[in-house]
Design a protein around this ligand. Structure first.
Ligand code: SF4
Ligand code: SF4
Length: 320
C-alpha cells in the first residue's frame, strides 16, 4: 500500500491489466440520474479499487480490486445452500442465523452465486466498455437537455486507468461531457493521460495538513497536492471536500483549502457533508465502522463552512 497508482501491488500494474482481453473494468455500481457528481443530470460509473482508506468512506465496497461478498441478514431464510457449496467451511447456518468466518473465506464467491434471496450478494462486476456504454447511452438525451454527462467515480477510477481512459474516450466520441472524480493519488503520467479525455475534474481534498491527511486516509498528501496543481493547469477543476466534523472542518483547514484552490485556479470547492449512510455497508462487508460515535453536527454546519471558503473569494457549494 506504499505506492501511488500504476505501480501499486494492490491496484495492479499496467501489465496485469493487459492480460484481460477484451479489456474489462471491475465496477460496483452504475448510477443513473445522478445530480451530485458534476453539472446537470449524469450517469456515474463507480470503479472498484482505491489506494486510500478513508475512515468515513461511504463506499467501502470500492476498496479492493476484486469482487467480494456482502451480507444482508434480514434476507436470509437459513436454507443452507451457501454452507453446502463453501469449499473452506467458512459458513455456518443454525436455526437462528447464518455466519461467515471471513478469515477462512477465500472469496471463491460460490455462496453468492447460489444464494436464492440475495442475503449474500457479490459486489463487483467485470464489464466491457461496450457494456457500460449501453447503459450510458440510454440517458444521452438527459445529458444534452440538462448539461450533464458521464462521471467516473469509485473507489478510484485511476486504479483501473486504462479502462477509465477507454471509457472516457468512447464517451467523448459520442459527444458526452466527461468528469473524473479522483483522489489524485496516482502517478502524474497516468493522470495526465486520462485527463486528455476528461472535460471536468472533481478533485478530492481531504485535508491540507500532511499528518492529518495520513491519519484520516492512510496516505500523506504531497503527491495529491502536486497532482492537483498540474491537473488544474490542464483541465477545469472543482475541489471536493468530504466535510468530516472534527477532522477537516476547522477554519484553519478550510481557509487553507480556499487558498490552495485560488492558487491553482480551481473553479470552486464542493463541500460534501458527512453522513452515516455508508455505515451499514461496512457491517455488510464484515468490517467495523470507525466513526460510529461521531456526533452529527447541526444543520447550519455545512453552510458555515461554505462561508469560510467564500470569505476568501472562492466559490463554494454544498452537496455537489
Ligand atoms: S444461501 Fe442465502 S438464504 Fe440460504 S442460508 Fe445462505 S445466505 Fe441464507
Ligand atoms: S466466498 Fe467465502 S464464504 Fe462464500 S463460499 Fe467462497 S469461501 Fe465460502
Amino acid at each position: 500500500m506504499g505506492y501511488p497508482i500504476a505501480v501499486s501491488p494492490e491496484t495492479g500494474s499496467s501489465a496485469d491489466r493487459k492480460e484481460v482481453l477484451p479489456r474489462r473494468g471491475l465496477l460496483f455500481n452504475i448510477q443513473r440520474f445522478s445530480i451530485h457528481d458534476g453539472p446537470g443530470i449524469r450517469t456515474t460509473v463507480f470503479f472498484k479499487g482505491c489506494p486510500l482508506r478513508c475512515r468515513w468512506c461511504s463506499n467501502p465496497e470500492s476498496w479492493h480490486d476484486h469482487p467480494e461478498i456482502a451480507t444482508y441478514a434480514a434476507k436470509c431464510t437459513r436454507c443452507g445452500r451457501c454452507q453446502k457449496v463453501c469449499p473452506v467451511n467458512a459458513i455456518a447456518v443454525s436455526d437462528r442465523e447464518r455466519t461467515i468466518d471471513r478469515q477462512a473465506c477465500n472469496l471463491c464467491l460460490k455462496c453468492g452465486e447460489v444464494c436464492p434471496t440475495g442475503a449474500i450478494a457479490i459486489t463487483g462486476q467485470w464489464m466491457t466498455v461496450a457494456e457500460v456504454m449501453k447503459e450510458v447511452e440510454a440517458d444521452g438525451l438527459f445529458y444534452v437537455n440538462s448539461g450533464g454527462g458521464v462521471t467516473l467515480s469509485g473507489g478510484e477510477p485511476l486504479a483501473q486507468w486504462e479502462f477509465a481512459l477507454d471509457l472516457l474516450r468512447e464517451c467523448q466520441a459520442k459527444a458526452f461531457h466527461t468528469a473524473l472524480d479522483t483522489c489524485g493519488y496516482a502517478l502524474w503520467e497516468v493522470l495526465d493521460k486520462v485527463l486528455d479525455y476528461t472535460d471536468l475534474v472533481l478533485y478530492d481534498i481531504k485535508h491540507m495538513d500532511p499528518g492529518r491527511h495520513t491519519e484520516g486516509t492512510g496516505k500523506t498528501n504531497g503527491l495529491i497536492l502536486d497532482n492537483a496543481r498540474r491537473t488544474a493547469a490542464k483541465r477545469r477543476t472543482w475541489l471536493r471536500v468530504p466535510l468530516i466534523p472534527g477532522y477537516n472542518d476547522s477554519v484553519e483547514n478550510l481557509e487553507a483549502v480556499a487558498r490552495f484552490g485560488l492558487e491553482i485556479g480551481a473553479e470552486k470547492v464542493s463541500l460534501l457533508p458527512y453522513h452515516v449512510w455508508g455505515q451499514s455497508k461496512w457491517e455488510r462487508l464484515g468490517r467495523k465502522y470507525p466513526l460510529e460515535a461521531l456526533p452529527m453536527p447541526p444543520e447550519s454546519w455545512a453552510g458555515e463552512c461554505r462561508k469560510v471558503i467564500e470569505s476568501l473569494g472562492l466559490k463554494a457549494t454544498v452537496g455537489r
